[in-house]
Ligand binder design. Structure first.
Ligand SMILES: OC[C@H]1O[C@H](O[C@H]2O[C@H](CO)[C@@H](O)[C@H](O)[C@H]2O)[C@H](O)[C@@H](O)[C@@H]1O
Length: 585
């Protein structure tokens, strides 16, 4: 399946990807970052998958989410009748579950169910037992129960059944996970859970404040962001997957099932602007727990519960998505220095205060500690927001974001009547501004550059007006936008984050990558801020057209192959979609 052939279902602790062919090819339990029990996404059916489909059909005839929910309905129109499969993960009480209800709509349809559970990312073939009319899979720490309304026959390390549904039939399959040492999970009423799950999502959406012409796209993005939230802690993962390639067949394959301070801060901001204050509160509490300690120990990402060690390793038994190797878990970017993160966090704490969250003394203490670090550390070279694996540099965007930290701490002091060395921080803000405008700007080409003294461009500088570093009508901002459009944009008009040509090789990696969707939305937003509404709208519409049939985006788009690439669905694409929609109005 192509990446755009997948839809997301989830329970705000983990998520599954369901293909158009009716196959669940990705599911990690009990958490987003747990080992997958279905990993066909990074290999094939032998690495674990659960397919439900109509005989004689390759893919479902159509599919959609039920209204403003994360309940997925796939319709199978066949010569003998129509059947639907409704897939969802019930909002979790104790045990994670995946429910698939096969419904007869018209006539009579022959359906199939085939399940191969493979724990530990496709590596462990479990023991299968039949107990009390259900199937149990056990392997190492994991156990799964499958309550099936039809007989599933075991052969060749999989279980399969063929059955018929008539109009009006409803056949629910329930898949429940539990630790293998613990008692079996109690049975649930799957149809009651379906009603409940639907209500939970609809209620959540109804508390938001989305209106206007982009309402549906914005709401689907909001639901996706909520689906990427780890409810027990308030952490937010960058995407539901690992190792979906940025370059098909290449090595740019990373694990995104962690909480990046940058991505999560931006997510929080998007949720706040749509009225979701509870999520903002949970995120602020997550942040205060996760990064407690010395400011110099701050990491740029953590596990969803605040874990600090995320060792990167490769899963050598997996063939990778379309042979894109290696398949990685963990992410060694966790140990990088990315100065922009300080600006993102201080900004998000400031925005949370502006958005109605009560001032918090711990949040203020944290802000002060970050400023203490920045006062001495801001001049260091770093890996920047693109997490380059090449040498550290004086990235312009990193310095702009340090300016943002200074600016927002000063504003917080003024808004909350906090005490601190405001004159020193004002002087620092001034100094950084001057340095960036001197060293990060090329007057000959009238553009900000990727790093001090470099000729290269960087789409992150599109954020300069958004962050308030310079106004949108400043000639240097206009020049930068023009330069990016001229030199860093694909013929289809989508934006690359930087050049990956051989002479640049800033990221230290072989191969190229697609257009970066976040940067393309930033261009649309920057144009809207410059008053170029029509151009902003045109670009925004073209970007919306890249969403798949159920409104989801990955990290990048390969314009040559016309395919979504990179991890999926990706918060860092859906957040700027929301911001661009708001800026365009
Ligand atoms: O492409 C190189 C880097 O890709 C990842 O980082 C990207 O994703 C992050 C999460 O969305 C985002 O915060 C960052 O800005 C992106 O560059 C990957 O995690 C890195 O390890 C990798 O070097």
């Amino acid at each position: 399946m192509r990446i755009e052939d997948y839809a997301l279902i989830g329970d705000m602790q983990s998520a599954a990807l369901v293909g158009r062919d009716g196959s669940v090819d990705w599911l990690c339990l009990p958490r987003f970052d747990s080992p997958a029990c279905f990993a066909a996404l990074l290999g094939n059916q032998r690495h674990g998958a659960w397919r439900v489909w109509a005989s004689g059909m390759e893919t479902a005839s159509s599919r959609r989410y039920w209204g403003d929910t994360l309940v997925l309905e796939s319709t199978w129109d066949t010569p003998t009748g129509t059947a639907r499969v409704i897939d969802f993960m019930p909002v979790r009480h104790e045990h994670p579950r995946l429910v698939r209800v096969v419904e007869g709509v018209a006539g009579s349809v022959e359906m199939n169910c085939e399940i191969r559970i493979r724990f530990d990312y496709g590596r462990i073939v479990p023991w299968m037992r039949r107990r009390d009319g259900s199937l149990q899979a056990v392997g190492g720490p994991d156990s799964v129960w499958i309550h099936s309304p039809v007989h599933l026959h075991g052969s060749d390390y999989r279980h399969k059944g063929t059955f018929r549904v008539e109009a009006g039939d409803k056949l629910p399959f329930v898949f429940s996970w539990h630790p293998s040492h613990a008692p079996a999970p109690p049975m649930i009423d799957p149809l009651d859970e379906l009603d409940y799950t639907r209500e939970i999502w609809e209620d959540w959406v109804s508390t938001g404040t989305h209106t206007g012409q982009w309402r549906d796209a914005v709401v689907r993005s909001m639901i996706t962001l909520k689906g990427l939230t780890y409810a027990p802690t308030g952490g937010i993962v960058a995407a539901a997957t690992t190792s979906l390639p940025e370059d098909l067949g290449g090595v740019r394959n990373w694990d995104y099932r962690f909480c990046w301070l940058r991505d999560a801060s931006m997510t929080l901001d998007a949720l706040l602007t749509s009225g979701y204050i509870e999520e903002a509160k949970a995120w602020r509490e997550w942040l205060l727990r996760a990064i407690a300690g010395r400011p110099q120990d701050l990491q740029i990402m953590y596990g969803v519960a605040g874990e600090r060690r995320l060792p990167e390793m490769t899963l050598d038994w997996l063939p990778g998505y379309e042979n894109s190797l290696p398949a990685r878990i963990g992410n060694s970017a966790a140990n990088q220095l990315q100065l922009d993160v300080y600006g993102e966090v201080v900004n998000s704490l400031y925005q949370a205060g502006q958005g109605g969250l009560h001032p918090d003394d711990h949040a203020w203490k944290l802000t002060r500690k970050m400023m203490d670090f920045l006062e001495t550390g801001w001049q260091q070279p770093d890996e920047g927001l693109w997490e380059v694996r090449g040498p550290r540099r004086q990235f312009t965007h990193s310095k702009v974001m340090v300016w943002v930290a200074c600016d927002r701490v000063i504003r917080t002091m003024e808004a909350q009547r906090r005490s601190g060395p405001i004159d020193r921080w004002k002087a620092l803000r001034e100094e950084i501004h001057k340095e960036v405008c001197e060293k990060g700007y090329d007057p000959e080409r009238n553009t900000f550059t990727q790093s001090y003294g470099s000729q290269e461009l960087d789409a992150a500088t599109l954020l300069i007006p958004t962050m308030g570093f310079l106004p949108p009508d400043d000639h240097r901002v206009i020049g930068t936008i023009n330069a990016i459009e001229r030199e860093l944009t694909t013929p289809e008009g989508f934006v690359l984050r930087y050049s990956t040509s051989e002479h640049n090789a800033v990221d230290g990696l072989p191969g190229r990558e697609g257009a970066f969707l976040a940067c393309s939305f930033w261009l649309a937003e920057a144009k809207a801020r410059m008053g170029l509404r029509k151009e902003a709208c045109d670009l925004f519409r073209r970007l919306l057209d890249l969403r798949n049939d159920v409104g989801l985006l990955s990290e990048e788009y390969d314009p040559v192959q016309g395919r979504l690439v990179g991890n999926f669905p990706q918060a860092f694409s859906h957040v700027p979609l929301i911001h661009a929609a708001q800026a365009i109005g």
